[in-house]
Write a protein that binds this ligand. Structure first.
Ligand SMILES: NC(=O)c1ccc[n+]([C@@H]2O[C@H](COP(=O)([O-])OP(=O)(O)OC[C@H]3O[C@@H](n4cnc5c(N)ncnc54)[C@H](O)[C@@H]3O)[C@@H](O)[C@H]2O)c1
Ligand SMILES: O=C(O)C(=O)C[C@]1(C(=O)O)C=C[C@@H](O)C=C1
Length: 312
């Protein structure tokens, strides 16, 4: 087995992402020692009980001492306060990263507190589940997923070393500017979550009318919405509060398209609906043909690549 990439990694926050990193680093012998801390005593106790990390500390300040990599894995809104607490305790030459789902707001909150000689390389793994907490992580979460780096002028050697860690955990690494990241994620992750939250809320509103049949007969599409809408409320509150502009921009466009489809339904404009759905199907086919959905079933991949309809 190869030598660890970092001697001591400090994980601040011990939930899904930090826990998955701990499992993946253990599996690949990527860190000499993994130290972890969390705000709640209960989380720290669970982490110690299940041996999630090598050492649990009761404060973030203690966790970062002597660490050559520090990972901020707390909700986006907590990044700034946590950074203020750890800043005086960071080791010179250490690399600092975060895994927050929003990048501009995290950089604004964290960067002013980064001491000289510490390399801040913001990042975001495009991987997750609807589960959270210290028991939810697993070693393969990042496998074949993108991990975006937003180096923002950070030291190249520190950035390469961090990218090496993420690749060793199975991820594909790419770089982006923070504002571009936030716009792309508003389209691919943030607005879809809001739509799922809304759809499940609408179904719940109607539950007396439908006599709980919505849940009983829930078809795959709605079940996917309920899975997404089960995601952590604190995390997603912070995402929408901090990626406000990009999300509102995409929501505006979404609403325009929705009104156009609503009008087509009301006026019986089948041609518009058919054209629209044909276009969106082509987008899905493009994703599958480019091999960008590794979870697509094989029959779907071969049928779509031959241009056949799977449903008829
Ligand atoms: N869940 C996902 O799908 C996903 C995917 C990619 C990135 N992220 C990002 O990763 C980060 C962590 O998310 P997660 O899913 O691991 O969350 P989680 O809820 O599983 O874990 C969060 C951890 O942060 C701690 N914490 C919460 N509030 C805090 C505060 N105010 N101060 C200090 N610690 C606090 C909690 O005790 C917990 O240990 C978030 O910034 C999130 O945006 C999440
Ligand atoms: O798979 C899921 O459950 C997710 O929601 C993961 C997901 C996403 O939207 O793709 C959610 C938030 C992130 O910051 C990154 C990934």
């Amino acid at each position: 087995m190869s030598a660890p990439i970092y001697n001591r990694v400090a994980l601040i926050g011990l939930g899904l992402i930090a826990g998955s990193m701990a499992h993946a680093m253990r599996a690949g012998n990527l860190a000499g020692e993994i130290v972890g801390t969390a705000r709640s005593a209960e989380t720290r106790a669970i982490a110690a009980e299940i041996g999630l990390v090598d050492r649990v500390t009761d404060t973030a300040a203690k966790a970062v001492q002597g660490a050559d990599l520090v990972v901020l894995a707390v909700p986006v809104g907590a990044m700034g306060p946590v950074m203020e607490e750890i800043a005086p305790h960071l080791a010179p030459g250490a690399t600092l990263t975060d895994v927050g789902s929003v990048k501009q707001a995290v950089i604004e909150a964290v960067a002013p507190h980064v001491p000289d000689g510490v390399h801040f390389v913001p990042s975001h793994p495009l991987a997750g589940t609807e589960y959270s907490g210290p028991r939810s992580g697993f070693a393969t979460l990042f496998r074949n997923r993108w991990w975006i780096l937003v180096p923002n002028g950070a030291d190249a050697a520190a950035t390469d070393r961090l990218a090496g860690l993420f690749r060793a955990m199975g991820a594909n690494v790419d770089e982006m500017e923070a504002d571009h990241h936030d716009l792309v994620l508003a389209v691919t992750s943030h607005t879809p979550h809001l739509i799922a939250y809304t759809m499940v809320g609408v179904a719940d509103d109607l539950r007396r009318v439908t006599d709980s049949e919505v849940i009983k007969y829930s078809a795959a599409g709605f079940r996917d919405f309920t899975r997404i809408a089960a995601s952590d409320p604190t995390m997603w509150r912070d995402v929408f509060l901090t990626n406000r502009e990009a999300t509102l921009e995409i929501l505006g466009r979404f609403t325009e398209e929705l009104f156009a489809l609503q009008r087509a339904i009301r006026t019986g404009d089948g041609a518009h609906l058919h054209e629209y759905f044909t276009h969106t199907r082509a987008i899905r086919r493009g994703i599958i043909e480019a091999g960008q959905d590794t979870e697509a079933p094989d029959f779907g991949r071969s049928a779509l690549s031959q241009g056949k309809d799977t449903a008829s």
